[in-house]
Design a protein around this ligand. Structure first.
Ligand code: NG1
Ligand code: MG
Length: 491
């Protein structure tokens, strides 16, 4: 984890920041730190955002996903000092300084959503990691912290994971502790849930384990990453729909509802496959259903799971009453200990019901697409043929997000359509959806023309109406190749 190597390597990335730009960001961070705390920082930590190429809304179901780290990151300067945790931001106007006690057991104030809550998640996560993995847990002490993030917010690029991972590394480094990247990823993923979103572990895993030049297949339980070499002529362009998705606020009707629907689908499938209601209720994810399907249908794999979905789950939304009768217990009893999921049940009671068949179908199909995407990259087809296959897979993923998972929105639809008109081979929403970014696949050599055309068709009117600013365009629309993962930079 130590050393300057990752940053030096990143400078070699032609899609990364220019050398001067990067140095000046660290210099800006250092000088803001010394101005605020009247001392020099002891070390820096950095963690990048990410763009997910394929595998949407399946990480929390235990299935593998295929993201890459991007060059935009959050950098944190830290020093032991004082008897409180003081969290400041270089952009102090937008992100006010906050002070907390040093007790790692304190609760994150979910009712008051603030940027510094993500730091508190990381702080708690760092001590949870130490308690679980290290024989000697250091005494909590005061910390002085300065943050500077350039991952666009609310946009599906995981600005939150960049902040949580960089903060967690900074806390560990301040206490003189190095930890395994996969361990940090695992504890950071759990810790980020303290903000009230029942998220999966993709973002923290790729932020920690991303690598220059390669995308990663991220798998879970235990979390691990393997290289995926993209075709050399593939360029991924990130474009922000400018529709901001406030995930924490909308969670009971959107993200967290999907997580609940997937678990209920897994439970109902298990019941239909012959398990007792009691045994079915212990199932947590759709991946848990795979061996049960294999046993019952006599054929293993995702196609057998899809067959079981079609056979056993009906299309009409399930109601509370229907599920409670089948399971023999109140739904709330499945979620004791998860206030975020209990809130989902409360909100869902007021209307809508649960679409179990559609969500389960998306999850199994999407995992097939992840495996196919990796197989195409690993295969021996020509680079052009690979691009054509990857484009088909990405477009199918978007289609499924629209139709089965219902996590798109009008702005994302307009943007993906215009991206394809502007020459993208494929274009899909990336991240949780309901706003935020798209990722489009381009053949190298076609990128400049594409950027110009999409700018004219989607962004120009939004610049004129003041929806976005000319000078913000490099953050809104940019090409990206796989960048490096998190690092601690000892001074
Ligand atoms: P975003 O909204 O891009 O941070 C979220 C989840 C992921 C994953 C994707 C959907 C968090 C922190 N992350 O990503 O775990 O489930 O949605 O594939 O909520
Ligand atoms: Mg996020």
């Amino acid at each position: 984890m130590a050393g300057l190597v990752p940053v030096q390597k990143q400078l070699a990335d032609s899609y990364g920041p220019a050398a001067g730009e990067l140095e000046s960001r660290y210099e800006q961070l250092r000088s803001a730190f010394s101005k605020t705390f009247h001392a020099e920082p002891e070390c820096f930590a950095r963690a990048p955002g990410r763009v997910n190429l394929i595998g949407e809304h399946i990480d929390y179901e235990g299935y593998g996903v295929l993201p890459m780290a991007i060059k935009q990151d959050t950098i944190v300067a830290v020093k032991k000092g004082g008897d409180k945790l003081v969290i400041s931001n270089v952009d102090g106007n937008a992100y006010k300084t906050q002070t907390f006690e040093t007790d790692p057991k304190q609760e994150v104030d979910v009712a008051n959503h603030s940027w510094a809550n993500y730091f508190m998640c990381a702080y708690k996560g760092a001590f949870e990691l130490l308690e679980a993995k290290h024989s000697k847990v250091p005494e909590p002490c005061g910390l002085q912290i300065m943050v500077h993030g350039v991952v666009p917010l609310g946009g599906g690029l995981s600005s939150s994971a960049a902040l949580v991972c960089s903060s967690m590394l900074a806390v560990l480094a301040a206490h003189g502790i190095t930890a395994d990247k996969s361990e940090v990823a695992e504890f950071a993923a759990k810790a980020e849930r303290y903000v009230g979103v029942t998220s999966g572990g993709m973002d923290q895993a790729i932020s920690m384990m991303g690598m220059l030049g390669v995308a990663k297949l991220i798998e879970f339980n235990p979390v691990r990453a393997s290289d995926v070499v993209l075709p050399p002529n593939a360029v991924f362009v990130v474009a922000n729909s400018l529709a901001v998705s406030n995930k924490a606020e909308a969670a009971p009707r959107r993200y967290n509802l999907r997580v609940v629907e997937c678990r209920l689908a897994a439970i109902m499938m298990t019941l239909a496959l012959g398990a007792t209601p009691e045994a079915s209720r212990s199932v947590q994810t759709l991946k848990d259903v795979e061996p049960k399907v294999a046993e019952s249908l006599g054929s293993p794999g995702l196609d057998a799971c899809l067959e079981a979905v079609h056979k056993h789950l009906h299309e009409a939304p399930y109601t509370h009453d229907e599920l409670e009768t089948a399971l023999g217990v109140p739904l709330d009893s499945l979620y004791t200990g998860s206030p975020a999921s209990l809130k989902v049940l409360q909100v869902a009671r007021e209307g809508g019901g649960f679409k179990l068949r559609q969500r389960a179908e998306h999850v199994f199909e999407e995992e097939k697409r992840v495996l196919e995407f990796k197989a195409v990259c690993d295969g021996s087809a020509s680079a052009d043929d690979k691009l054509a296959s990857l484009a088909r897979i990405m477009n199918a993923s978007h289609e499924s997000c629209v139709r089965l998972y219902e996590c798109s929105c009008p702005e994302l639809e307009e943007l993906t359509t215009k991206a394809k008109e502007a020459g993208a081979l494929s274009s899909r929403l990336t991240g949780a959806g309901w706003g935020g970014c798209t990722v489009s696949l381009l053949a190298e050599g076609r990128v400049d023309e594409f950027l110009q055309s999409l700018r004219n068709s989607f962004y120009q009117s939004r610049i004129s109406s003041g929806h976005t600013k000319e000078e913000d365009m490099p953050k809104v629309l940019f090409a990206s190749k796989p960048s490096s993962g998190a690092a601690v930079l000892q001074i």
